[in-house]
Design a binder for this molecule. Structure first.
Ligand SMILES: [Zn+2]
Length: 251
C-alpha cells in the first residue's frame, strides 16, 4: 500500500497543539507522511519536536516571508545545527503583502537568498511561498543548485506553469482544487511527474470545507478530486504522487 504525502502542512502551528497526539496517531494508521513546514524560530523548534515524536513528520525549517523582518540568526543556527536531521527548508519565499517599504523588501529578499544558500550547501529540498512573486522567484532560483524545488499552492498563470515545468520544479495544489476552476485547469496542464498535493493546514477553506480548521486527512480528498479531473484512478494517482514526493525529497 502506498503512503500518502502531504507536501505542505503547518503541524507546528499552535492551532494543532491540543490535538497533535491524535493527528500523529491518524497519520500512522492512515499511512500519511507530512512535510511539516515552519514559519519562524518557535515553529521551527516545534517542528523538530514533532519529528522526535513521529518519523512521519518530515521536518522543514525556515523563515516565512511574513516573519522575515524578525531576527533570523536563531533559525539559521538551527538549520546549521540540524542539517543532518532536517528533511528540507521551508516555508521560504517572497510576498509583498508583508512589506511596507523598499528596505523591508530587501530584507525579505536577503532572508530568502540566505535560506537558498543553506539548501544548496546542505543539499536540501525547499518549499516556496510565491504569492504574486513568481517572476521574481524565477529570476533568483537559477543562481542556486537545489535538489528539489516545490512551488507550494501554485497560483501562477499557464505561462508561469510552463516555466516551472521546464525547470523541473514541482508544484502542489491543495483543497482549493475541489472548487476552484482555475486550479483545475492548471492541474490538467501540469506534468504528472511534477505534481504534489498539500493541505496547507491549518489554513481554512470555504465552500465544502466551511472554514473549518484544515485537517491532514483532507489530503486524500485532494488526491481523489485530482484523479477525477485527470481521468485516472485514485490508486494510480496516489502511487504517482508517492513517487513524485520521494523524488522531491530525495528519499
Ligand atoms: Zn504554508
Amino acid at each position: 500500500m502506498s503512503w500518502i504525502y502531504d507536501a505542505h502542512i503547518h503541524l507546528s502551528d499552535p492551532e494543532y497543539k491540543s490535538d497533535i497526539d491524535m493527528i500523529l496517531n491518524y497519520m500512522d494508521l492512515l499511512k500519511i507522511k507530512a512535510c511539516c513546514v515552519s514559519m519562524d524560530i518557535e515553529t521551527s523548534n516545534e517542528t523538530m519536536n514533532l519529528h522526535q515524536k513521529s518519523k512521519n513528520v518530515l521536518p522543514f525549517i525556515g523563515i516565512h516571508p511574513e516573519m522575515a523582518q524578525k531576527e533570523s540568526e536563531p533559525v539559521y543556527n538551527l538549520i546549521e545545527k540540524n542539517n543532518k536531521i532536517i528533511t528540507g527548508i521551508g516555508e521560504i519565499g517572497l510576498d509583498r503583502t508583508y512589506i511596507d517599504s523598499e528596505e523591508e523588501w530587501n530584507v525579505q529578499k536577503e532572508v530568502f537568498s540566505k535560506q537558498l544558500s543553506f539548501a544548496e550547501k546542505f543539499n536540501k529540498p525547499i518549499s516556496i511561498h510565491s504569492r504574486k512573486t513568481l517572476s521574481d522567484i524565477f529570476e533568483i532560483l537559477p543562481s542556486y543548485k537545489i535538489p528539489g524545488i516545490l512551488l507550494h499552492w501554485f497560483d501562477g498563470n499557464k505561462a508561469q506553469l510552463r516555466t516551472a515545468m521546464d525547470n523541473q520544479y514541482f508544484v502542489s495544489y491543495g483543497p482549493l482544487l475541489l472548487y476552484a476552476n482555475d486550479k483545475q485547469v492548471l492541474l490538467t496542464k501540469t506534468d504528472p511527474s511534477q505534481l504534489l498535493v498539500e493541505t496547507d493546514g491549518p489554513v481554512r477553506f470555504s465552500r465544502c470545507f466551511e472554514y473549518k480548521t484544515t485537517e491532514i486527512m483532507f489530503v486524500s480528498s485532494v488526491i481523489f478530486c485530482a484523479s477525477k479531473i485527470l481521468h485516472t484512478s485514485y490508486e494510480k494517482l496516489l502511487t504517482q504522487i508517492e513517487d513524485n514526493s520521494k523524488r522531491f525529497l530525495g528519499i
